[in-house]
Every structure is written in C-alpha cells, then in structure tokens.
Write a protein that binds this ligand. Structure first.
Ligand SMILES: Cc1cc2nc3c(=O)[nH]c(=O)nc-3n(C[C@H](O)[C@H](O)[C@H](O)COP(=O)(O)OP(=O)(O)OC[C@H]3O[C@@H](n4cnc5c(N)ncnc54)[C@H](O)[C@@H]3O)c2cc1C
Length: 263
C-alpha cells in the first residue's frame, strides 16, 4: 500500500464535497476498493469513509417498496426479517455473496457503485426495476448500469439507498466460481406486481443485462420449462479462462429455469 489521506464524512453531502475537493474516493467496506488499491488499479490520494452516516443506514418497508440503505452490509440484508418477509430472494442473494468476512464488510451501495461484471446485486436491481437513490437524484435501474465497472454516478455522487418495488415472486440463482463465489452466470427472475416477467443476468457479459428471449418465454408461461426452452445468443457474452461465451449462453436458460422453480 501507499500513503493515503483518510477523512470521515458526517453526511452524504459532506462526503460528496470532500471527494470533489480532494479528488478522492468514497470508502464503504473496502472489499473491492482496498483490493484494487493494493493492485494499483485504483490510486486515490484520499479515502472518504461513509461509515456512520445516518442517512445511509437502515432497511425500511413502505407502501409496496423495500428500501435498503447504501451502507447496509450483505450480512445484515441476509439476516433482515423485513427483507425475508417482503423480498426473500434478496436475503438469499446476500447470503450467497463471497464468504462471511466479505458479507460482514461489503455493502449494497459499494457493490452497485463498483458494478463488477460478476456482482450479484446488479442482477436484482435490474430485474426488479429498482431505483438507485443518491444524495442528488433518483436513477432508474435501466439507466444506472453503463458498462464494465461503469455506472451513471458522477465522481462525487453518493448512493444513499436502493428502493425495490415488491414483486409477486422472485428468485436468484447463480452458478458460482468455486473459488470466489462470484457468478460465472447469475440469473435473477421476477414476476412484477403488474404480472410482467423480468430476467437479469450477471457474470456473463461486461455488464449486467436483461435476457429478452427468456423474458419473452416467461411472459407466455412463468414456468421452468418455458425458461429452459429459450435460446440465448452467445454473441457479446464473455469468454475467459472460466468459461466460453457458448457455455455461458447455454447456462443462462438452465439457471433461469432453476430460478423460476425457486420463485
Ligand atoms: C473474496 C471476495 C469475494 C467476493 N465475492 C462476491 C460475490 O460472490 N458476489 C458479489 O456480488 N460480490 C462479491 N465480492 C464483492 C463484495 O460484494 C463487495 O461488497 C463489493 O464489491 C463492494 O465492496 P464495499 O461495499 O466494501 O465497497 P468499497 O470497496 O468500499 O467501494 C467500492 C467502490 O464503490 C464506491 N462506493 C462505495 N460506496 C459508495 C456509495 N454509497 N456511493 C457511491 N460510491 C460508493 C467506492 O468509492 C469504490 O469505488 C467479493 C469480494 C471479495 C473480496
């Protein structure tokens, strides 16, 4: 590591101001950022700690939506009675992230801001049509994820919470890399309150995306067989040492079918 300035913000607006002034970065649980700094993939001169900012904490259920504060740790989502009651798929997703240490430090806001191509939270946000709330504005899921490690956030914009509309049913299933537990392919399926089917895929491409062919199949029949029969084109999917694009394309309907069965 190299020497960095450490500052503790009092509010989201304060954090934004400190970042704008210093050119630094927000620090949530450090589960991605500190690793990136050790590898010199990120070299901020200042870290602005978001821990302890009251407006970034808490899980609330209010008229058809579940709101999760940006600094909520994965372990707290996994253990939340409110989450288990309203959208149990989110508790299960959080429980499947990394290992116990990562779940005890990593946050939903940090995961979304980081937008790792294999992260789990982006699939839930996109499939459920959630809203990412920052200290300045509300960003719909379809406009939030821009590409590999890229989002609609400005450099000094702080996520304060994520608001999920409660669906009729939903489930997330991932085919995990056995070492990191990151998704080789992860599929979040949802039947929304209006009856429409949404399917978001992570791990398979440079950024999370909706699987149109699986959604079309589930619009006709929300069944595992319908999902499994859908065809997903390998064009544009990722090939790496873990799996080819063709293998990932094959996995998507298979995993989607398991998710529909679980939902
Ligand atoms: C061994 C290991 C295994 C993992 N396995 C998985 C897995 O299976 N699935 C999975 O989804 N993830 C996995 N992760 C990543 C983990 O989920 C992290 O929680 C996530 O990457 C973000 O970390 P963090 O919350 O600590 O954010 P940090 O690392 O502190 O920050 C990440 C980025 O987000 C920015 N940021 C943080 N909070 C905010 C905010 N509120 N507003 C604006 N910007 C913000 C930071 O400036 C930084 O750029 C794993 C990580 C490790 C180390």
């Amino acid at each position: 590591m190299y020497a960095v300035e450490y500052q503790k913000a009092k509010s989201a607006a304060d954090a934004s101001g400190l970042i704008a002034k210093s050119g630094g970065r927000a620090l949530a649980g450090g589960q991605s950022l500190i690793g990136a700094m050790k590898l010199r993939l990120a070299q901020p001169g200042t870290l602005v700690d978001l821990a302890g900012i009251p407006e970034l904490a808490g899980i609330r259920v209010e008229s058809g939506t579940l709101s999760i504060g940006a600094m909520t740790r994965h372990a707290d989502v996994a253990g939340s009675a409110d989450v288990k009651r309203t959208i149990p798929a989110l508790a299960a997703l959080a429980e499947g992230i990394g290992d116990r240490q990562v779940r005890n430090m990593g946050t939903i806001g940090g995961s979304l801001a980081n937008n790792d191509p294999a992260a789990d939270w982006p699939a839930a946000v996109l499939a459920l049509g959630a809203t990412v709330i920052t200290h300045q504005r509300r960003i719909g899921a379809s406009d939030f994820f821009k590409g590999m490690y890229e989002t609609a956030l400005a450099a000094d914009e702080i996520i304060t919470a994520v608001s999920f509309p409660v669906p009729r049913k939903a489930a997330y299933v991932k085919f995990p890399n056995p070492a990191s537990r990151f998704a080789l392919v992860g599929v979040f399926v949802a039947q929304l309150a209006d009856g429409s089917a949404r399917v978001a895929v992570t791990g398979a491409a440079p950024s999370v995306f909706r699987a149109a062919s699986v959604e079309a199949a589930l619009a006709k029949a929300f069944t595992p067989d319908a999902a499994k029969a859908a065809h997903v084109d390998a064009a544009g999917l990722s090939s790496d040492l873990h799996a080819s694009a063709a293998y990932r394309a094959h996995l998507i309907p298979v995993i989607a079918a398991r998710a529909v069965a679980a939902a």
